[in-house]
Unconditional design. Structure first.
Length: 170
C-alpha cells in the first residue's frame, strides 16, 4: 500500500463489513478513525518539529488560537495555512529549539459529526524537556476544541482552539 495512513481507515471499513455495520454507520466510524489519526499526527508533527507537516493538517483558511478564562489570548490568533507554517517554523527554530515537547492527548469526544464537518474536544497535557532537565515538566494543560472540514485531501482542521486550564477560587 503506497499510503500507510490510508491503511487504518481501510482496515476499519473491512472490519465493519465483517461485523455487519450499516453503510452510514461504517462511514461515520471511518470518519471518526480518520479524524483521530489526524489528531495523533498533530502531536507527532509538532513535537518532531515538522513545521510543514503540521501546517498541512489545516485548511487553507485554518485558524489557531488560545483561550484563557473565555478570552482569546493576545496575539495568539493565527489565520491561514501559510501563517500557521510561519508560526510553527518560528516556534520550532526559536523558543522550542532547545527542548523536546510532547503533546499528550486523551479523551477524544465528538461533539458534532456530519459528512463534511466535525467538532471534537480532547484533553491535552503538554510537557517540555531541555538537555538540563532531569525529567519533562508540565508546560500547559487544557482542552483542544477543533472544528474539522472534509477536503479533497481528507479531514483538515478549520479551527483549533486550545482552552488553557486556569483555576481560580470563587
Amino acid at each position: 500500500m503506497n499510503n500507510p495512513r490510508m491503511f487504518v481507515p481501510l482496515l476499519a471499513v473491512c472490519a465493519m463489513s465483517a461485523t455487519g455495520l450499516a453503510g452510514q454507520e461504517a462511514v461515520e466510524l471511518a470518519d471518526r478513525i480518520a479524524i483521530g489519526d489526524q489528531l495523533a499526527q498533530y502531536s507527532y508533527r509538532w513535537d518532531s518539529k515538522n513545521s510543514n507537516g503540521f501546517a498541512d493538517l489545516f485548511t487553507d483558511e485554518g485558524v489557531m488560537e488560545r483561550h484563557v478564562n473565555g478570552t482569546v489570548v493576545s496575539r495568539s490568533r493565527v489565520v491561514g495555512r501559510r501563517a500557521i507554517l510561519d508560526y510553527a517554523q518560528t516556534a520550532h527554530q526559536g523558543r522550542l529549539a532547545d527542548r523536546q515537547t510532547r503533546h499528550h492527548m486523551s479523551a477524544l469526544v465528538f461533539l458534532e459529526l456530519s459528512s463534511d464537518s466535525a467538532v471534537t474536544e480532547n484533553m491535552a497535557l503538554i510537557t517540555h524537556q531541555t538537555a538540563d532537565d532531569p525529567a519533562p515538566f508540565i508546560s500547559a494543560s487544557g482542552i483542544y476544541r477543533i472544528t474539522w472540514r472534509r477536503t479533497a485531501q481528507g479531514w483538515r482542521m478549520a479551527k483549533r482552539v486550545l482552552v488553557l486550564d486556569r483555576f481560580s477560587r470563587r
